[in-house]
Ligand binder design. Structure first.
Ligand code: MLT
Length: 403
């Protein structure tokens, strides 16, 4: 009889956001009269901007004409998009990244889950705690994380780098050597950022130890100060870092699906170029993001597109401001929300994260994300997103403050 991949048995329950969705659906079926406001999963609510819509329409029309019809997309992405990414996200920032180091994909979530495939099964991984669950779960599936310890709420073979209010939610360099280090800044879920000098220490650590950093830059568009947008702003990062990007959070593509990974050619381990491994993996398992979506991605970098995208980010950051100031006035201890669309708050009255989740759902009919769902250090914390509409965000904050 065929055997299943037993590592899946080591995963904890269901995926965090599926668990939340189930709980919320049960509550809403029992109380159909209640208006639930969802500030849980980081899903955008503003429609795509006019330039994106115009480009989508035009490229759909191209598909209707045999002279301009496109079949399979090039597996690593269309040149027009790879060039736009390179020029705007890297060359303009002085980073030495070339088009053939960009791998267009259907988003940062799949890339962050899949990238571990090109590394050895015995690699030691290090993650922040709290952490976006995909980094850990994908390594559990690959058999790299060890066993789940109920007592600690952690996997035995993972190095957890604690991010707490005491260290400003910035992880300290691991004492033991780690092979694969996942970093996400601006951080999901805490909203913390790293200064360039802090990020440089990680790059130096990785180069010294032969580690590889997987740098998730999904939220870089929300940076409003001089924090680095890309790890390649640091000296030596092209020799130790892979960077992941998303069009979801800046341009509202959560439903369209588009992202990219950067794997520099000079990033080598054991004399082998990781760029060529990822290219091989991409070509074998992926048929490319749809043409119309890649054209829409290119339009994000047009002058009009950039202006519109700035408008979207400003819209969400106005929500973030409202959440932070409202909750602070009501006496909450609040973090994030300045360089990030996430607000991370300490639960009141020593409530656990899930107790506070239930409390908010039942009493305010507001959905957030329990901090402990992101790891043991998230216990006693709670995450709200600023991706709602102004109206819903204000109503949610007012309801929470009136509890
Ligand atoms: C989140 O809420 O943490 C993210 O939206 C999930 C995701 O991007 O996959």
């Amino acid at each position: 009889m065929v055997k299943i991949n037993d590592n899946y048995q080591k995963l904890q329950g269901s995926y965090l956001f599926s668990t939340i969705a189930k709980k919320v659906n049960a509550f809403s079926s029992a109380h159909p009269e209640k208006k639930i406001i969802r500030l849980g999963i980081g899903d955008v609510t503003r429609p795509l901007t006019p330039t994106i819509i115009k480009t989508l329409h035009a490229s759909v029309d191209e598909m209707a004409d045999e002279k301009t019809f496109r079949g399979y997309a090039p597996d690593l992405g269309y040149d027009f998009l790879r060039k736009a990414i390179c020029d705007n996200d890297y060359r303009s920032r002085g980073c030495r990244i070339e088009e053939d180091e960009i791998f267009v994909s259907d988003g940062a979530k799949p890339d962050s889950g899949n990238i571990q495939e090109i590394f050895d099964a015995d690699c030691k991984i290090a993650v922040c705690d709290p952490v976006y669950p995909v980094y850990v779960d994908s390594n559990v599936m690959a058999g790299r994380a060890g066993d789940y310890d109920e007592k600690t709420g952690r996997y035995t073979n993972v190095v957890y780098m604690e991010c707490t209010a005491q260290n400003g939610f910035a992880p300290e360099l691991p004492k033991e050597a780690c092979d694969l280090i996942y970093l996400c800044f601006p951080n999901n879920p805490t909203g913390a950022t790293l200064k360039k000098s802090e990020l440089q220490q990680w790059v130096d650590y990785a180069n010294k130890n032969g580690s590889v950093i997987i740098f998730d830059a999904a939220y870089e568009a929300y940076i409003s100060d001089d924090c680095p947008h890309s790890i390649y702003e640091c000296e030596g990062a092209t020799q130790c870092a892979i960077e992941l990007h998303s069009f979801s959070k800046n341009a509202g593509f959560t439903g369209l699906r588009l992202g990219y990974a950067v794997v520099p050619k000079e990033l080598k381990r054991g004399g082998v170029s990781l760029n060529s491994l990822w290219a091989r993996r991409h070509a074998t398992k992926y048929n490319g993001a749809p043409y119309i979506v890649q054209r829409a991605g290119e339009a994000v970098y047009s002058e009009e597109g950039k202006k519109e995208i700035r408008g979207l980010i400003d819209y969400y950051m106005e929500n973030a401001k409202y959440i932070v100031s409202g909750l602070e006035k009501a006496g909450y201890n609040v973090f994030g929300g300045t360089n990030s669309p996430y607000i991370w708050l300490a639960t009141p009255d020593k409530m656990t994260s899930w107790e506070f989740f239930d409390h908010l759902l039942e009493k305010a009919n507001v959905v957030g994300t329990p901090g402990v769902g992101f790891g043991a250090c998230g216990e006693g914390y709670f995450r709200l997103t600023s991706f709602g509409s102004h109206e819903n965000t204000r109503e949610a904050v007012d309801r929470i403050c009136n509890l």
